[in-house]
Design a protein around this ligand. Sequence first.
Ligand code: GCB
Length: 706
Amino acid sequence: MKVVKLSFVLILFFAINAYPLSTVPGTLPKGTPYGAYGGRPMAERNLIINVDHRPTVSLNGKWRVIIDPYENGYYDYRYLPSKNGYFKNAKARNKTELVEYDFDKSGVLNVPGDWNSQQDKLFFYEGTIWYKKSFPLPRLASGDAGASDYQGKPNTRVFVYFGAANYHSIVYLNGQKLGEHTGGFTPFNFEITRHVREPRPSQEGSPSAVSSGRTNRVSSIPTVHFDNEGRGEPRPSQEGSPSAVSSGRTNRVSSIPTVHFDNEGRGEKDNFLIVKVDNKRLREGVPTLNTDWWNYGGLTRRVELIEVPETFIRDYFIQLKKGSLKTIAGWIQLDGKQTSQTITVEIPEANVKQTFNTNDDGYVEFEFDAELQLWSPENPKLYDVIIKSQTDSLTDSIGFRSVKTEGTKILLNGKPIFLRGICIHEQAPKSKARAYSKEHAETLLGWAKEMNCNFVRLAHYPHNEYMPRTADRLGMLVWSEIPVYWTILWENESTLKNALSQLTEMITRDKNRASVILWSVANETPVGDARNEFLKTLVERAKSLDPTRLITAAMEKSSEGRNKPVINDPFGQYVDVLGCNEYIGWYEGLPDRCDLYTWKTIYNKPVIISEFGGGALGGFHADKDTRWSEEYQEYLYEKQIKMLEKIPFLAGTSPWILTDFMSPRRPLPRIQDYWNRKGLISDKGKKKKAFYVMQRFYEKHKQNEQ
Ligand code: GCB
């Protein structure tokens, strides 16, 4: 890393930040029925995609936190929302004044990161924690200090972006509420252009800068990490010192310099972002009260400031048209005042350069032919796609492939494919924490590759964006789902809105990923009319947002008599691919039972056995009849495979599950200790015997396919 002179950094920073403020209402993509959400500031209305390739300022690192189990920082003693909650970040101005909290003397937590794994006392915590992060902004180039609103050069807007916060968040900047977000696994952002304060005088805020010394070819906006010691290297730091955590950008944006600023200890003169995060489980929530995974709370994914031109490319859909191997079809959505613009889409490697004009809504749909190498697990070819408007420019790495069904087969690029899969929870490898990083994604998907998988089911909620991005690069097909799990309140309107909103955010974020072939709307939900209606609404939304991918759900089998499982869930009529979870040999009889089963389906559609498995404590060896031994699990897998091989309509399998994962439902001492032990890899990262059974089964499949 090369140290860049202060003056250079300041010039860069002024260039980014100086400009007048205007409120530019976001425009909405066509076909997105946003009206359903009512007037509340729901974040998904203007979700910015492809954050990795945009100039950002990382707010990762240490955040000050106040643990607030009684929500004292939000409600007054009459249990009414208080005007002077913790979001005001008050300080006693003299020795007499009563203020009963102080962020700057409180503890810290790492962001991204769940709180449960960071402090023993938070292990089982479910409730509210307030997070606070200060960040300076440079003063105006004119040196015009004193105004209360942030001002800068024209044509720039600033958003604060959260990769995810579990479960409900209220976001404030400088004491003002920006908005709220519900749902623990999808991104959201709020525009802060009008809310950010101008910076303090230069000496005090002198950024001590460290830069990679790269120049920025997209615009002059650097990527900035705040770091209060100014050294700029990510490190585990002492309490109160924020440390920069790489947001794992891809090489393609490596031309953007990284600058670090110190930021703590100057109180209200800085901008202060305060987030109330509450992970209380709710009966009407999505998920509801009862799940089989740890309810990790907090700012679990990265937080960034995103700086964009006043009118910017907010969202786009660029994929092969349904049914075609050469026609690219999609749309682009600008956000800002200058809605009518000329736009080019370039794919240099495929000699594509197409020009379009956006309409008064800043929106354009297009279709054109291209000669492309198709993306597949064997050849995960990604193209640089460059979108340029008159005011903005953005690159993405996109693969092109088609997926459809024909009878009971899934066809990838026109050819039948068997999905050699595995389920994955967002459990960080070898740790009691939620996964959030690129490294986690690489380890988890690397293990799946080692098992000879070409497919992963990302259960039971949208995983962080590094997962589908890494899957794109590694050639791993993906099933992505929302946490409509078990006993959701089917008749509750706000529950449906919540599920729709999470589905919309998932699809908005990941719709350009070639790896993603399946959107799943539910897992093991009880059959019934209200549930069918609810799920049908989700399917309609998914299809309207993305007509190219297949829709699925993990359902349960029923039975036509002893040992005659049948797939006949009435909701099956609305999906393209039927997922079916079964636990023969674990919850249902012993492994030998598999020999007796003959499977049937009432649908002429592909079936994925989307879960099967059993628990084993890694390193515990006994005979095959001893529960929790690796040998029992191994035997169960052998029996399952024999049974599965006889199912004629089987299009894939994704056993439960790649690694042990934490769950409060699993207390058995010395065996579970709050881990669900159905992993094929232990919580220590050690492969169990059954891992190799699957590896061999998939190897055989691979050979047969060639
Ligand atoms: C299931 C659920 C999954 C559980 C698993 C188990 O059917 O879909 O979330 O963790 O069973 O281990 O019981």
